[in-house]
Design a protein around this ligand. Sequence first.
Ligand code: FES
Ligand code: FES
Length: 171
Amino acid sequence: MTQTRTRALLRVDGEDHELDLDHRTSLLDALREHLGLTGSKKGCDRGQCGACTVLLDGRRVNSCLLLAVAVQGREVTTVEGLADGERLHPVQEAFVACDALQCGYCTPGQVVSAVAVQQEARDGWPSAVTEDLTATEVLLDDVEVRERMAGNLCRCGAYTGIVPAVLGSLR
Ligand code: FES
Ligand code: FES
């Protein structure tokens, strides 16, 4: 008989979890349905909205597009894992301070994406609007942030506070 399940070892927010998973389980479903980490949202389930964004080895990914069994041995960070105990991540604090909060579906993905955007800029990764492709660090401005956050969509357009929050929490 064909084997359809795998005993998978996932590392999420610094903790190891052994799960019995159908091979087809997405990382998003593993997080939400098996680990109870419901911060990552299922907006479209097809890679279009960014509501499911998590970090994989520090780089942002759409967790609805990845198979859970394929990320074994990698470090997954969810929105739940960003805060340090009771202390919010600076990006989370900035979202609150700038009133950048969107609905419960969009906000977690935006926050995780924003954390990754800041790191990408620090690492010198260019975006489609970066002029100096040789820079070792990209200076984030309004245009850079808008471009880099373009993968996180909402239906109501409540984006106003996002750019100030991302820029205001740069360290
Ligand atoms: S739920 Fe993954 S991109 Fe929309
Ligand atoms: S803020 Fe979530 S749909 Fe607009």
